[in-house]
Write a protein that binds this ligand. Structure first.
Ligand SMILES: Cc1ncc(COP(=O)(O)O)c(C=O)c1O
Length: 359
Protein backbone atom coordinates (compact mmCIF):
# COMPACT_ATOMS: atom_id res chain seq x y z
CA UNK A 1 0.00 0.00 0.00
CA UNK A 2 1.65 3.36 -0.99
CA UNK A 3 1.75 6.08 1.65
CA UNK A 4 0.07 8.55 -0.72
CA UNK A 5 -3.00 7.16 -2.52
CA UNK A 6 -2.53 7.26 -6.32
CA UNK A 7 -5.50 9.62 -6.78
CA UNK A 8 -3.80 12.15 -4.46
CA UNK A 9 -0.36 11.64 -6.00
CA UNK A 10 -1.76 12.40 -9.47
CA UNK A 11 -4.06 15.22 -8.34
CA UNK A 12 -3.35 18.60 -9.88
CA UNK A 13 -3.56 21.02 -6.96
CA UNK A 14 -5.84 24.05 -6.98
CA UNK A 15 -3.94 26.93 -8.58
CA UNK A 16 -5.37 30.28 -7.53
CA UNK A 17 -5.00 33.28 -9.85
CA UNK A 18 -1.66 35.21 -9.65
CA UNK A 19 -1.55 37.59 -6.69
CA UNK A 20 -0.92 41.33 -7.07
CA UNK A 21 2.22 41.02 -4.95
CA UNK A 22 3.66 38.20 -7.08
CA UNK A 23 3.11 40.18 -10.29
CA UNK A 24 4.57 43.32 -8.74
CA UNK A 25 7.70 41.39 -7.75
CA UNK A 26 8.08 39.61 -11.09
CA UNK A 27 7.53 42.57 -13.42
CA UNK A 28 8.47 45.50 -11.17
CA UNK A 29 5.22 47.33 -11.98
CA UNK A 30 3.57 49.96 -9.82
CA UNK A 31 -0.04 49.83 -11.08
CA UNK A 32 -1.55 46.37 -11.09
CA UNK A 33 -5.15 45.46 -11.82
CA UNK A 34 -6.39 42.06 -10.71
CA UNK A 35 -9.34 40.86 -12.76
CA UNK A 36 -8.68 37.19 -12.17
CA UNK A 37 -10.51 35.80 -9.15
CA UNK A 38 -14.04 37.23 -9.30
CA UNK A 39 -13.46 39.37 -6.21
CA UNK A 40 -15.32 42.57 -5.39
CA UNK A 41 -13.34 45.55 -6.76
CA UNK A 42 -15.02 47.88 -4.21
CA UNK A 43 -13.41 46.14 -1.22
CA UNK A 44 -15.45 44.69 1.65
CA UNK A 45 -18.84 45.55 3.10
CA UNK A 46 -18.13 48.30 5.71
CA UNK A 47 -20.81 46.84 8.00
CA UNK A 48 -19.01 43.48 7.90
CA UNK A 49 -15.70 45.10 8.80
CA UNK A 50 -17.35 46.99 11.63
CA UNK A 51 -18.78 43.75 13.08
CA UNK A 52 -15.37 42.09 12.79
CA UNK A 53 -13.67 44.93 14.65
CA UNK A 54 -16.33 44.69 17.36
CA UNK A 55 -15.54 41.00 17.90
CA UNK A 56 -11.82 41.28 18.58
CA UNK A 57 -12.40 41.30 22.33
CA UNK A 58 -13.70 37.72 22.37
CA UNK A 59 -11.06 36.01 20.24
CA UNK A 60 -9.74 34.16 23.30
CA UNK A 61 -13.01 32.17 23.26
CA UNK A 62 -13.95 29.38 20.85
CA UNK A 63 -16.73 30.28 18.40
CA UNK A 64 -20.13 28.60 18.38
CA UNK A 65 -19.93 26.76 15.08
CA UNK A 66 -21.77 29.42 13.11
CA UNK A 67 -24.95 29.29 15.17
CA UNK A 68 -25.48 33.07 15.27
CA UNK A 69 -25.19 33.39 11.51
CA UNK A 70 -27.39 30.33 10.95
CA UNK A 71 -30.07 31.99 13.10
CA UNK A 72 -29.83 35.23 11.10
CA UNK A 73 -30.07 33.36 7.81
CA UNK A 74 -32.98 31.24 9.03
CA UNK A 75 -34.86 34.38 9.97
CA UNK A 76 -34.08 36.14 6.71
CA UNK A 77 -35.22 33.20 4.57
CA UNK A 78 -38.05 32.07 6.83
CA UNK A 79 -36.46 28.69 7.55
CA UNK A 80 -35.59 26.72 10.65
CA UNK A 81 -32.04 26.93 11.90
CA UNK A 82 -31.83 23.13 11.33
CA UNK A 83 -32.04 23.85 7.58
CA UNK A 84 -28.99 26.12 7.54
CA UNK A 85 -25.25 25.48 7.72
CA UNK A 86 -22.38 28.00 7.82
CA UNK A 87 -18.80 27.15 6.92
CA UNK A 88 -15.38 28.35 5.82
CA UNK A 89 -16.56 29.55 2.45
CA UNK A 90 -18.91 27.54 0.29
CA UNK A 91 -15.89 25.42 -0.58
CA UNK A 92 -15.58 24.50 3.08
CA UNK A 93 -19.14 23.20 2.96
CA UNK A 94 -18.50 21.39 -0.35
CA UNK A 95 -15.59 19.64 1.31
CA UNK A 96 -17.89 18.51 4.13
CA UNK A 97 -20.49 17.27 1.64
CA UNK A 98 -17.86 15.16 -0.08
CA UNK A 99 -16.65 13.77 3.25
CA UNK A 100 -20.13 13.08 4.57
CA UNK A 101 -21.86 11.49 1.60
CA UNK A 102 -19.38 9.86 -0.81
CA UNK A 103 -18.44 6.20 -0.50
CA UNK A 104 -15.57 4.65 -2.49
CA UNK A 105 -17.77 3.17 -5.19
CA UNK A 106 -19.91 6.30 -5.69
CA UNK A 107 -19.60 8.59 -8.69
CA UNK A 108 -19.72 12.34 -9.12
CA UNK A 109 -21.36 13.83 -12.20
CA UNK A 110 -21.10 17.38 -13.51
CA UNK A 111 -20.36 19.45 -16.58
CA UNK A 112 -17.01 19.60 -18.34
CA UNK A 113 -14.68 22.26 -16.93
CA UNK A 114 -16.73 22.74 -13.79
CA UNK A 115 -15.63 25.22 -11.10
CA UNK A 116 -12.05 24.21 -10.36
CA UNK A 117 -12.53 24.22 -6.57
CA UNK A 118 -15.18 21.55 -6.86
CA UNK A 119 -13.15 19.52 -9.36
CA UNK A 120 -10.16 19.35 -7.02
CA UNK A 121 -12.27 18.50 -3.96
CA UNK A 122 -14.19 15.74 -5.73
CA UNK A 123 -11.11 14.23 -7.34
CA UNK A 124 -9.29 14.26 -3.99
CA UNK A 125 -11.86 11.74 -2.73
CA UNK A 126 -10.66 9.20 -5.29
CA UNK A 127 -14.11 8.42 -6.69
CA UNK A 128 -15.06 8.32 -10.37
CA UNK A 129 -15.62 11.84 -11.68
CA UNK A 130 -17.75 12.01 -14.84
CA UNK A 131 -18.64 14.99 -17.00
CA UNK A 132 -20.77 15.87 -20.01
CA UNK A 133 -19.85 18.63 -22.51
CA UNK A 134 -21.34 22.12 -22.51
CA UNK A 135 -23.96 23.02 -25.06
CA UNK A 136 -23.16 26.48 -26.38
CA UNK A 137 -21.36 27.23 -23.06
CA UNK A 138 -24.46 26.32 -21.02
CA UNK A 139 -25.06 23.26 -18.86
CA UNK A 140 -26.52 20.51 -21.01
CA UNK A 141 -29.04 19.38 -18.41
CA UNK A 142 -30.68 16.85 -20.76
CA UNK A 143 -27.31 15.18 -21.34
CA UNK A 144 -26.59 15.26 -17.60
CA UNK A 145 -29.93 13.59 -16.89
CA UNK A 146 -29.09 10.92 -19.46
CA UNK A 147 -25.68 10.31 -17.86
CA UNK A 148 -27.03 9.41 -14.41
CA UNK A 149 -26.32 5.78 -13.56
CA UNK A 150 -26.83 3.56 -10.52
CA UNK A 151 -23.53 4.75 -9.02
CA UNK A 152 -24.16 8.47 -9.34
CA UNK A 153 -24.27 9.97 -5.84
CA UNK A 154 -23.54 13.67 -6.28
CA UNK A 155 -24.42 15.99 -9.17
CA UNK A 156 -22.79 19.41 -9.06
CA UNK A 157 -24.52 22.35 -10.78
CA UNK A 158 -23.37 25.96 -10.49
CA UNK A 159 -25.97 28.59 -11.39
CA UNK A 160 -24.68 31.05 -12.57
CA UNK A 161 -21.82 28.88 -13.71
CA UNK A 162 -18.13 29.55 -13.25
CA UNK A 163 -16.30 29.84 -15.67
CA UNK A 164 -18.95 30.47 -18.36
CA UNK A 165 -21.15 32.98 -16.44
CA UNK A 166 -24.26 31.41 -17.99
CA UNK A 167 -27.46 30.32 -16.21
CA UNK A 168 -30.11 27.65 -16.56
CA UNK A 169 -33.81 28.38 -16.04
CA UNK A 170 -36.35 26.84 -13.66
CA UNK A 171 -38.01 25.05 -16.56
CA UNK A 172 -34.71 23.48 -17.62
CA UNK A 173 -33.96 22.48 -14.03
CA UNK A 174 -37.41 20.92 -13.53
CA UNK A 175 -37.12 18.86 -16.69
CA UNK A 176 -33.73 17.64 -15.46
CA UNK A 177 -34.90 17.07 -11.89
CA UNK A 178 -37.65 14.72 -13.04
CA UNK A 179 -34.87 12.25 -14.02
CA UNK A 180 -32.90 12.46 -10.77
CA UNK A 181 -33.44 9.59 -8.32
CA UNK A 182 -34.02 10.57 -4.68
CA UNK A 183 -30.77 8.87 -3.61
CA UNK A 184 -28.74 11.40 -5.65
CA UNK A 185 -27.66 14.61 -3.95
CA UNK A 186 -27.64 17.75 -6.10
CA UNK A 187 -25.24 20.51 -5.06
CA UNK A 188 -26.71 23.75 -6.38
CA UNK A 189 -23.85 26.20 -6.14
CA UNK A 190 -25.21 29.74 -6.14
CA UNK A 191 -21.98 31.59 -5.33
CA UNK A 192 -23.03 34.30 -7.83
CA UNK A 193 -26.71 34.33 -6.83
CA UNK A 194 -26.91 38.05 -6.00
CA UNK A 195 -25.66 39.09 -9.45
CA UNK A 196 -28.31 36.98 -11.18
CA UNK A 197 -31.30 37.32 -8.88
CA UNK A 198 -32.92 40.22 -10.75
CA UNK A 199 -32.85 38.42 -14.07
CA UNK A 200 -36.42 37.11 -14.52
CA UNK A 201 -35.02 34.01 -16.24
CA UNK A 202 -32.95 33.12 -13.16
CA UNK A 203 -34.51 30.68 -10.69
CA UNK A 204 -33.87 31.51 -7.03
CA UNK A 205 -33.64 28.05 -5.51
CA UNK A 206 -35.08 29.32 -2.23
CA UNK A 207 -38.41 29.61 -4.00
CA UNK A 208 -38.52 25.87 -4.62
CA UNK A 209 -37.16 23.26 -2.28
CA UNK A 210 -36.30 19.62 -2.90
CA UNK A 211 -35.16 17.22 -0.19
CA UNK A 212 -32.10 16.04 -2.12
CA UNK A 213 -30.82 19.50 -3.13
CA UNK A 214 -28.38 21.58 -1.11
CA UNK A 215 -28.05 25.24 -2.05
CA UNK A 216 -24.67 26.85 -1.40
CA UNK A 217 -24.02 30.59 -1.24
CA UNK A 218 -21.13 32.77 -0.18
CA UNK A 219 -20.09 36.13 1.21
CA UNK A 220 -16.88 35.96 -0.87
CA UNK A 221 -18.24 37.64 -3.97
CA UNK A 222 -20.71 40.50 -3.82
CA UNK A 223 -19.99 41.23 -0.13
CA UNK A 224 -16.24 41.36 -0.75
CA UNK A 225 -15.29 38.91 1.99
CA UNK A 226 -13.27 36.27 0.10
CA UNK A 227 -10.44 36.64 2.62
CA UNK A 228 -12.73 36.06 5.61
CA UNK A 229 -13.82 32.60 4.35
CA UNK A 230 -17.51 32.52 5.08
CA UNK A 231 -20.26 30.73 3.15
CA UNK A 232 -23.55 29.02 3.90
CA UNK A 233 -25.95 26.38 2.70
CA UNK A 234 -29.65 25.50 2.87
CA UNK A 235 -30.99 21.94 2.82
CA UNK A 236 -33.30 19.37 4.40
CA UNK A 237 -32.57 19.06 8.13
CA UNK A 238 -31.40 15.47 7.74
CA UNK A 239 -28.72 16.53 5.29
CA UNK A 240 -27.66 19.43 7.49
CA UNK A 241 -27.56 17.25 10.63
CA UNK A 242 -25.17 14.84 8.90
CA UNK A 243 -23.01 17.62 7.53
CA UNK A 244 -22.71 19.09 11.02
CA UNK A 245 -21.28 15.75 12.20
CA UNK A 246 -18.26 16.02 9.88
CA UNK A 247 -17.77 19.79 9.96
CA UNK A 248 -14.86 21.08 12.05
CA UNK A 249 -16.65 21.89 15.32
CA UNK A 250 -15.51 25.52 15.55
CA UNK A 251 -15.78 26.45 11.89
CA UNK A 252 -16.49 29.22 10.87
CA UNK A 253 -14.20 31.49 12.86
CA UNK A 254 -15.67 34.20 15.10
CA UNK A 255 -14.46 36.93 12.75
CA UNK A 256 -15.86 35.19 9.68
CA UNK A 257 -19.23 34.67 11.32
CA UNK A 258 -19.41 38.31 12.45
CA UNK A 259 -18.48 39.44 8.95
CA UNK A 260 -21.35 37.41 7.51
CA UNK A 261 -23.86 38.83 9.98
CA UNK A 262 -22.72 42.38 9.25
CA UNK A 263 -22.77 41.84 5.49
CA UNK A 264 -26.31 40.43 5.48
CA UNK A 265 -27.61 43.75 6.77
CA UNK A 266 -25.52 45.89 4.42
CA UNK A 267 -28.08 46.69 1.73
CA UNK A 268 -26.23 49.78 0.56
CA UNK A 269 -22.96 47.98 -0.19
CA UNK A 270 -24.88 45.23 -1.93
CA UNK A 271 -26.72 47.74 -4.07
CA UNK A 272 -23.58 49.69 -5.03
CA UNK A 273 -21.66 46.49 -5.80
CA UNK A 274 -24.44 45.21 -8.05
CA UNK A 275 -24.67 48.52 -9.88
CA UNK A 276 -20.93 48.63 -10.55
CA UNK A 277 -20.95 45.02 -11.66
CA UNK A 278 -23.88 45.45 -14.06
CA UNK A 279 -22.06 48.37 -15.66
CA UNK A 280 -18.88 46.27 -15.84
CA UNK A 281 -20.58 43.29 -17.49
CA UNK A 282 -22.19 45.58 -20.08
CA UNK A 283 -18.90 47.33 -20.75
CA UNK A 284 -16.77 44.20 -21.08
CA UNK A 285 -19.36 42.32 -23.16
CA UNK A 286 -19.69 45.23 -25.59
CA UNK A 287 -15.97 45.88 -25.77
CA UNK A 288 -15.06 42.30 -26.59
CA UNK A 289 -17.93 41.99 -29.09
CA UNK A 290 -16.61 45.08 -30.91
CA UNK A 291 -13.11 43.57 -30.84
CA UNK A 292 -14.51 40.49 -32.56
CA UNK A 293 -14.54 38.26 -29.48
CA UNK A 294 -18.16 37.80 -28.41
CA UNK A 295 -18.53 36.43 -24.87
CA UNK A 296 -21.32 34.16 -23.60
CA UNK A 297 -24.06 36.11 -21.75
CA UNK A 298 -22.89 36.51 -18.14
CA UNK A 299 -25.09 36.74 -15.04
CA UNK A 300 -22.07 36.73 -12.74
CA UNK A 301 -19.19 39.14 -12.05
CA UNK A 302 -16.94 38.01 -14.89
CA UNK A 303 -16.98 37.27 -18.59
CA UNK A 304 -15.45 34.30 -20.33
CA UNK A 305 -13.47 34.93 -23.47
CA UNK A 306 -12.98 32.00 -25.85
CA UNK A 307 -9.92 32.59 -28.06
CA UNK A 308 -8.99 30.65 -31.14
CA UNK A 309 -6.10 28.60 -29.81
CA UNK A 310 -4.25 27.71 -26.63
CA UNK A 311 -1.27 29.71 -27.95
CA UNK A 312 -3.39 32.81 -28.48
CA UNK A 313 -4.85 32.51 -24.95
CA UNK A 314 -1.35 32.19 -23.47
CA UNK A 315 -0.14 35.16 -25.52
CA UNK A 316 -3.05 37.35 -24.38
CA UNK A 317 -2.75 36.33 -20.71
CA UNK A 318 1.00 36.96 -20.71
CA UNK A 319 0.72 40.18 -22.75
CA UNK A 320 -1.82 41.64 -20.34
CA UNK A 321 0.18 40.48 -17.33
CA UNK A 322 3.30 42.30 -18.54
CA UNK A 323 1.22 45.47 -18.56
CA UNK A 324 -0.05 44.84 -15.02
CA UNK A 325 -3.46 43.38 -15.86
CA UNK A 326 -4.02 39.96 -14.30
CA UNK A 327 -6.69 37.82 -15.98
CA UNK A 328 -7.38 34.12 -15.45
CA UNK A 329 -6.23 31.45 -17.84
CA UNK A 330 -8.73 28.60 -17.76
CA UNK A 331 -6.13 25.90 -18.50
CA UNK A 332 -6.57 24.42 -15.03
CA UNK A 333 -10.32 24.20 -15.61
CA UNK A 334 -9.60 22.20 -18.76
CA UNK A 335 -10.15 25.08 -21.23
CA UNK A 336 -6.64 26.08 -22.40
CA UNK A 337 -7.91 28.33 -25.23
CA UNK A 338 -10.16 30.35 -22.96
CA UNK A 339 -9.59 33.15 -20.46
CA UNK A 340 -11.86 34.66 -17.81
CA UNK A 341 -11.97 38.34 -16.88
CA UNK A 342 -13.63 39.60 -13.68
CA UNK A 343 -15.36 42.96 -13.54
CA UNK A 344 -13.41 45.77 -11.90
CA UNK A 345 -13.87 49.49 -11.37
CA UNK A 346 -14.46 51.79 -14.36
CA UNK A 347 -10.81 52.88 -14.18
CA UNK A 348 -9.61 49.28 -14.12
CA UNK A 349 -11.67 48.53 -17.23
CA UNK A 350 -10.00 51.42 -18.98
CA UNK A 351 -6.56 50.05 -18.08
CA UNK A 352 -7.63 46.68 -19.45
CA UNK A 353 -8.80 48.27 -22.70
CA UNK A 354 -5.54 50.21 -23.08
CA UNK A 355 -3.50 47.06 -22.38
CA UNK A 356 -5.61 45.02 -24.82
CA UNK A 357 -5.12 47.58 -27.58
CA UNK A 358 -1.34 47.43 -27.03
CA UNK A 359 -1.29 43.69 -27.59
C1 LIG B 1 -18.97 28.57 -8.51
C2 LIG B 1 -18.17 28.89 -7.29
N1 LIG B 1 -18.46 28.27 -6.14
C3 LIG B 1 -17.78 28.53 -5.02
C4 LIG B 1 -16.74 29.43 -5.02
C5 LIG B 1 -15.94 29.63 -3.77
O1 LIG B 1 -16.60 30.34 -2.85
P1 LIG B 1 -16.05 30.46 -1.37
O2 LIG B 1 -15.08 31.58 -1.38
O3 LIG B 1 -17.28 30.75 -0.60
O4 LIG B 1 -15.43 29.17 -0.97
C6 LIG B 1 -16.39 30.10 -6.17
C7 LIG B 1 -15.27 31.05 -6.17
O5 LIG B 1 -14.71 31.43 -7.13
C8 LIG B 1 -17.12 29.82 -7.34
O6 LIG B 1 -16.81 30.40 -8.49
Amino acid sequence: MPLVPPYIESLRPYEPGRSIEAVRREFGLTRIVKLASNENPMGSSPAALERMRGATGVLNLYPNGGLDLRRELAQKYDLRVENVIAGSGSEGIMSNIIRAFLCDEDEVLTTESAFIGFQVLARSRGVTYRTVPYKDWHYDLDALAGAINERTKIIYLANPNNPTGTIFTKLEFDRFYAHVPERVLIILDEAYFEYAKDNPRYPDSMHYRYDNVITLRTFSKVYGLAGARIGYGFAHERLIANLLKVKLPFEPSTLAQEAGIGALADKEFLHRSLELNARGIRFLSEFFAVMGYPVPPSDANFVMLPLSTEQEAARVTEGLLRQGVIVRSLSAFGLPAVIRISTGTDEEHQLLVDAWKNL
